[in-house]
Structure formats: structure tokens, C-alpha cells
Design a protein around this ligand. Structure first.
Ligand code: BV8
Ligand code: ZN
Length: 261
């Protein structure tokens, strides 16, 4: 984007002809909604080490500590709303025949903003399941089961439905996200430090498969050198501005089924 806040003619013309647009988002997408990022100045990893909290062994060793951390985040996330960046992405979706978002975020804000085709690579903090029998529990049900909730059916430990370090990503979500990256005409990487794998490989895959790749971040990342364009700025400001300058393109009438790429 040049100094006067307009976007490159290259990007606008690519979006004009784009049938398939893929988006990859990280914690920076939700920063302007008040959700602390992981590795930023206020990063939650500053206080806690990922290995101490976001992994299965840590959970089995000290489920109370891990549940305290997730209940703190559940409480924080319950009170927040999508920001203008989330709404802009939802507005972009109807301009293309195929549009999907692969997110590392577990905060449900893309869905709350109205996006329809979302692949949650690292799970969703609003879901919980039993480590023994796999039974799902809502947060309301959990509230009745104490601070280290156990399954009413098999007494197994209940955990948040998020992907911890060393755990596989949900296969269907991952496969759909890979397809989207491989087929995209234009691919956005937004608000991610691009350090967590395999998720961080998606924009690289999109680039190698021929997509025009645009990174949006408040600073450069390890991925920046691979991008066709790097836009330095807040996603909550850049995306609404992009939507204002968006080519009309293929306006898919509302009500069309969401397409996965
Ligand atoms: C796997 C969910 C294998 C839970 C998270 C050694 C041992 C074990 C594994 C590994 C290892 N080395 C590497 C690995 C792989 C590991 C990994 O990548 N580690 C990294 C740290 C090196 N990955 C895994 O373990 C994955 N699983 O590999 O399994 C396997 C294979 C087969 C069979 C079995 C197993 C699982 C990784 C998922 C971990 N879960 N979270 C929870 O949230 O509690 S990770 C966590 O990091 C979040 O999901 C988060 O989204 C993700 C990535 O971080 P970002 O989203 O990028 O956030 P970050 O704060 O880092 O950056 C924010 C960015 O936004 C910054 O760039 C900032 O500048 C920018 N920003 C800020 N404000 C704004 C902004 N941008 C725009 N606008 C703004 N306003
Ligand atoms: Zn159970």
C-alpha cells in the first residue's frame, strides 16, 4: 500500500479476476478486539511458557493450572467482539466464488463476524471434550463440574478442544486449508508471526502453488521475504480500507452455499 493509503493496482486487479481467495490468520487479527497475542509485548507467553501450559503432558501433570489459564482466557474471550478487520473479511467473502479462512485463533471471532467458510486449525476455546471417551461438554456444563472437570460418563479428565504443542491438527480442517492454499489466486497472511508449524507453512505453500501472496502485519516476519506484498499496519485498519477499494468482482448473491476451495 502506498503512502496515501491506496492499495497496489496489482493487488486490486488480481482481486478483480480472483475466483479463489484464501486467508490465513493469527492472533494479531484479534489484537484490536482486546485479545492479547502470544508473542507480542503483552504476549501471554511472556507470563507463561507454552510448554508449561499448551501441551498434553503439562495438562496431565497439573490440570488445575492449565484449566485456570484456559478459564481466564474463556472469560476474556466471552466479553469481546470482532473488530473491523473481521467484518471486512466477512464482507470480502461474497465477492468471490471460493473464499475461505484458515485461522490459528481459537476465539470464534471470524464466525461471530459472519464469515462462513472457516477452518479452525488449532481448535476452539468454546468447545471441551473428555480425554477418556471423547464426549463433548459445553462451558455451561463444565461450570457445574468444578475446577478440574471430570466426565460424568467415564470420569475421564475433560480438556479444552484446542490443539496443543506436539498434537496433530484436526485432519479435515488441515486438509481443507491446504486445498485452499494450493488453489488460491490471491492469498492473505494476516496477523501471524509465522513461527508455529505446520500452520505457518500455508502461505509458503500458496506462494509455491502460484498465488499472489499478501502479508498484513504491524511488523515484518520470517515470512515477509516470500510475500509478493507486505502491508505494514493494523489488520483492523487495513482490511476495511481494502474493502472500500475492492473491485466489485463476482458478487455472489447472498444465500449461496459457502464454498470451500
Ligand atoms: C505438531 C492453541 C506434530 C492453543 C497453539 C519441538 C517439539 C514439538 C513440536 C515442535 C518442535 N519444534 C517445532 C514443533 C512444531 C510445533 C511448533 O511449530 N512450535 C513452534 C513454537 C516452534 N507445532 C506443533 O506442535 C503443532 N503440532 O507439530 O504436531 C505431530 C505430527 C504428527 C503426529 C503428531 C504430532 C501444534 C501447534 C499448535 C499449538 N497451539 N495454540 C492455545 O491457543 O492455547 S499455538 C499458538 O501460536 C496459537 O494457536 C497462535 O495462534 C499460534 C501462532 O501464533 P500467532 O497466531 O502467529 O500469534 P503471535 O502472538 O505469535 O503473533 C501475532 C502476530 O500478529 C505478530 O506477528 C504481530 O506482529 C502481529 N500483530 C499484532 N497486532 C496486530 C498484528 N498484525 C496485524 N494487526 C494487528 N493489530
Ligand atoms: Zn468420558
Amino acid at each position: 500500500m502506498n503512502g496515501n493509503g491506496s492499495f497496489s493496482p496489482e493487488l486490486i486487479s488480481r482481486l478483480e479476476g480472483a475466483e479463489r481467495v484464501g486467508v490465513f490468520t493469527g492472533a494479531g487479527m484479534s489484537a484490536e478486539s482486546g485479545v492479547p497475542t502470544f508473542r507480542g509485548e503483552d504476549g501471554i507467553w511472556k507470563k507463561f511458557k507454552p510448554e508449561e501450559l499448551a501441551n498434553f503432558d503439562a495438562f496431565m501433570r497439573n490440570p488445575q493450572l492449565v484449566w485456570e489459564w484456559y478459564n481466564h482466557r474463556k472469560h476474556l474471550i466471552a466479553g469481546i467482539e470482532p473488530n473491523a478487520g473481521h467484518y471486512a473479511l466477512a464482507g470480502m467473502e461474497s465477492r468471490h466464488r471460493y473464499f475461505s479462512i484458515a485461522t490459528q485463533n481459537i476465539d470464534n471471532l471470524h464466525r461471530k463476524a459472519g464469515s462462513r467458510t472457516i477452518h479452525e486449525l488449532h481448535g476452539n476455546i468454546g468447545r471441551n471434550y473428555c480425554t477418556g471417551c471423547g464426549a463433548y461438554y459445553t462451558d455451561a456444563q463444565l461450570a457445574l463440574l468444578g475446577n478440574v472437570p471430570k466426565c460424568s460418563a467415564c470420569r475421564g479428565l475433560i480438556r479444552p478442544d484446542v490443539v496443543w504443542f506436539g498434537e496433530m491438527l484436526p485432519v479435515d480442517e488441515w486438509d481443507a486449508a491446504v486445498r485452499a492454499a494450493e488453489r488460491a489466486d490471491v492469498y492473505f497472511s494476516i496477523g501471524t508471526s509465522s513461527v508455529v508449524y505446520p500452520a505457518a507453512s500455508l502461505p509458503v505453500l500458496a506462494k509455491s502453488a502460484g498465488a499472489y501472496v499478501v502479508e498484513m502485519n504491524i511488523e515484518r516476519t520470517d515470512f515477509s521475504r516470500h510475500a509478493d506484498e507486505v502491508m505494514i499496519g493494523k489488520s483492523g485498519e487495513l482490511l476495511p480500507r481494502l474493502l472500500e477499494q475492492y473491485p466489485r468482482g463476482t458478487d455472489i448473491p447472498v444465500g449461496q452455499p459457502p464454498y470451500t476451495l
